[in-house]
Design a protein around this ligand. Structure first.
Ligand SMILES: [Zn+2]
Length: 141
């Protein structure tokens, strides 16, 4: 059976008193929306627990995006600018007020090795130890 004969054999009930209207079948309402089309096209992927905490609805988008860029080493730090061959005087701002020699500004330096980051990590570590100590004291009672 050819396609042409198949179409010819198909009966169509025409309603001459009604105008044709488009019906978007993926939704019950029959009305097209970009969001319904997006739901059809997108491929959901499993997100890790870490990503779920970064891309959380109550966190401002710019904070989530900056965190994502830092994790994937995509921040525009001085080391990246130097790779483009742009001559800049690199001098990490977090090291300026310390006795340390200012380091090259990198993502790792800003969030891990730098003096400012080290101070923040130290505060968090102390708070964590205090919470653990209080928890252990409660268990001992
Ligand atoms: Zn620094």
């Amino acid at each position: 059976m050819s396609v042409k004969s198949s179409i010819g054999d198909t009966s169509v009930n025409l309603l001459l008193d009604y105008e044709d209207i488009p019906i978007w079948t993926p939704v019950e309402t029959g009305k097209f929306s970009v969001s319904s089309a997006w739901k059809l096209l997108r491929q959901k992927r499993n997100t890790s627990q870490f990503e779920a905490k970064i891309w959380y609805k109550d966190i401002p988008y710019k904070m989530s995006f900056t965190t994502w860029r830092a994790i994937h080493n995509r921040l525009s730090t001085d080391d990246k600018i130097l790779k483009f061959g742009i001559g800049i005087y690199t001098n990490c701002n977090c090291c300026v007020d310390t006795r340390m020699v200012p380091a090259l500004e990198t993502t790792e330096h800003l969030f891990y090795n730098g003096s400012f980051a080290q101070n923040i990590w130290q505060v968090f570590t102390e708070v964590r130890h205090q919470i653990q100590k209080q928890h252990l004291e409660k268990l001992a009672v």
